[in-house]
Design a protein around this ligand. Structure first.
Ligand code: ADP
Length: 480
């Protein structure tokens, strides 16, 4: 039995601001319980909804010296769907209306969280073999384990795995500030494991001390070894290739299931994909005021509207995507100029284009179910969930060959009969245009291939159990 503790800043259903919460709250359930005892540790934010907070019971509390003060450190616990969730309690740090508040204070609160995760372990009835840390918020757990906690026999042999979900955020502040707040030994800062020049960097500490580092796709794991994608840390990844790997995320196939999805007008599975998608397409065109045209080539975007997602490649093609046989649906929020440009075009062609600048989960499901093709021309993409959902709903993805998109979509021009989508290489408008043309030609001139690709797409296995198997193998390797 392997004992694994997940440490993360957020996890569904308790608290969510982004994809990290989906991973930390879904992946633990995908491990075989006969071989794994997986538990999760989170901050006890006071903004966690009251019903969850009321379900927690106090396990223990004591005081610790941290950043020049004696601090309260409590542990609360609840059991959710058969797994233990622990919550680190300190209202000074984890009070307030949202998990992340002021940047510098966030640095301090997650230094405290990293320290607290280790400090509470001898006081609860659980000694993990591995602490699986997620993103910069937990970046100091490996350095603390390697220094302050190292001499306590309780921690002997305990290992750490660190997973990067978002390399953009690393927990960077002044080197001296990080040294003072964390209380970690000065030599970690003088010699560099936790700093670059005058900057302290929490994620860098994890990269240096963790027994294994992963990110969320194999291609992204290779890409971030280069200066173009490495966000200033490429040299670390390149140096530690032997301890560094990529494991693709999954999606919750109970939530994203076109055969049962409560948001859909008509349910379908792979054997009824043609009629099922046609019915959802008609319903979607009606709902959004588009021409009721079963033969239109209906494209969709469900995304943050940012440069990362390749929106600058989409804008020059808007004319094409909303004329001729094409219709376009955009659901997303983000940078103002993208929202405005999409709205302007939709205003001019309301029967060919619909834009919703809101966050609307049920509508997103109806879009995945109703569209023919899904546009995701990302500049970079650590893993990407949207293309996985699109595949599951039989909407063929048109993507750029980067990160997780490259690992999860098989392009028609390369994969032939096994294809699930369309992929272009270079980040330019011409590349995206080429992929859209190939998709349109297939849709109109080679319907048999299109139908086959849809079935291929819907049969792909992106369940969490596949990811869990990979992590389990990694844990075995780390424990050897
Ligand atoms: P990100 O980089 O934003 O995490 P992912 O592709 O990994 O991108 O995940 C995005 C998730 O958010 C997908 O589940 C997508 O359907 C959903 N999403 C994005 N924007 C919206 C929106 N405006 N309304 C509903 N769902 C959205």
């Amino acid at each position: 039995m392997k004992k694994i503790l997940f440490a993360a800043a957020e996890a569904v259903p308790f608290i969510k601001t982004g994809g990290l919460a989906d991973v930390a709250g879904s992946l633990p359930f995908a491990f075989d319980p006969a071989e794994h005892d997986v538990r999760v540790m989170l901050p006890a934010y006071t903004c966690i909804p009251a019903p969850w907070r009321e379900a927690m019971r106090d396990l223990t509390h004591f005081y610790v010296w941290f950043n020049g003060k004696e601090r309260y450190l409590g542990v609360r616990e609840l059991t959710h769907r058969g797994l233990h969730f622990y919550f680190i309690d300190n209202e000074d740090y984890f009070g307030g209306p949202a998990p992340y508040t002021d940047y510098m204070y966030d640095i301090e609160k997650f230094c405290f969280f990293s320290f607290a995760v280790l400090a509470v372990l001898p006081h609860i009835d659980f000694r993990p073999d591995i602490i699986h840390c997620h993103d910069w918020h937990t970046g100091l757990i490996p350095p603390y384990l390697a220094t302050q906690f190292r001499y306590d026999p309780f921690f002997a042999g305990m290992r750490t795995v660190f997973t990067i979900h978002n390399l953009k955020f690393q927990g960077i502040c002044g080197r001296d500030e990080l040294r003072c707040i964390s209380g970690l030994p000065g030599e970690l800062f003088a010699q560099g494991p936790l700093c670059s020049g005058s900057c302290g960097n929490m994620m860098q500490g994890a990269l240096h001390y963790a027994d294994a580092v992963t990110t969320v796709s194999q291609t992204y794991a290779q890409e971030i070894c280069t200066p173009e994608y490495g966000e200033g840390l490429h040299f670390f990844f390149a140096e530690r290739r032997d301890r560094f790997s990529g494991i693709v995320n999954g999606i919750d196939d109970a939530v994203f299931d076109p055969a049962k999805d409560p948001s859909l007008k008509r349910h379908y599975d792979v054997s009824h994909v043609k009629s099922g998608k046609a019915a959802n397409k008609a319903a979607l065109q009606k709902e959004l005021g588009l021409d009721a045209d079963p033969d239109a080539f209906l494209l969709g975007i469900v995304s943050r509207l940012t440069d990362q997602k390749g929106m600058d490649l989409v804008l020059p093609l808007l004319e094409k995507l909303t004329s001729g046989p094409c219709q376009l649906i955009v659901l997303g929020t983000g940078e103002r100029h993208y929202e405005d440009s999409f709205r302007l075009m939709a205003g001019a062609r309301p029967n060919r284009m619909a834009v919703m600048t809101t966050y609307d989960e049920p509508l997103s499901h109806r879009i995945y179910a109703g569209i023919d093709a899904f546009l995701m021309p990302s500049r970079f993409e650590p893993c990407g969930l949207s293309q996985l959902i699109a595949l599951r709903y039989g909407a063929l993805p048109i993507v750029r060959a980067t990160g997780g998109l490259k690992d999860t979509v098989r392009s028609l021009d390369k994969a032939g009969a096994a294809a699930t989508g369309f992929m272009f290489e270079d980040y330019d408008v011409g590349g995206l245009n080429w992929a859209i043309d190939l998709a349109m030609r297939t849709f109109y001139d080679d319907r048999k291939t299109w139908e086959k690709m849809r079935r291929n797409a819907m049969r792909e296995d992106f369940s969490w159990s596949r990811s869990a198997e990979e992590y389990s193998k990694l844990y075995d390797k780390v424990l050897k």
